[in-house]
Ligand binder design. Structure first.
Ligand code: SF4
Length: 74
């Protein structure tokens, strides 16, 4: 039986352990709401984080097709 790639449009295999809706990221699976990286790094830009908005995905890289510029992967 032929194997089907759920992300044959992008060639990115979704990592179903990392749900993500940030489709502007270069690492996003694009065809579904998952990251395509094997692992990510999460951090904070606050001295004392207290809310969800204090926490960031530090593996984010700007997708040139969305952001119009090159991002950096960590
Ligand atoms: S690197 Fe972070 S922001 Fe980018 S797709 Fe993965 S989890 Fe989302």
């Amino acid at each position: 039986m032929e194997k089907t790639n759920p992300n044959e449009k992008t060639g990115r295999e979704p990592n179903r352990a990392i749900a993500c809706t940030v489709s502007e990221c270069a690492h996003h699976a694009k065809t579904c709401d998952f990251c395509a990286l094997e692992k990510i790094r999460v951090g904070t830009h606050e001295a004392h984080p207290t809310e969800t908005k204090c926490v960031d995905c530090e593996s984010f890289a700007c997708d040139p097709s969305s952001c119009g510029r090159e991002g950096s992967a960590r």
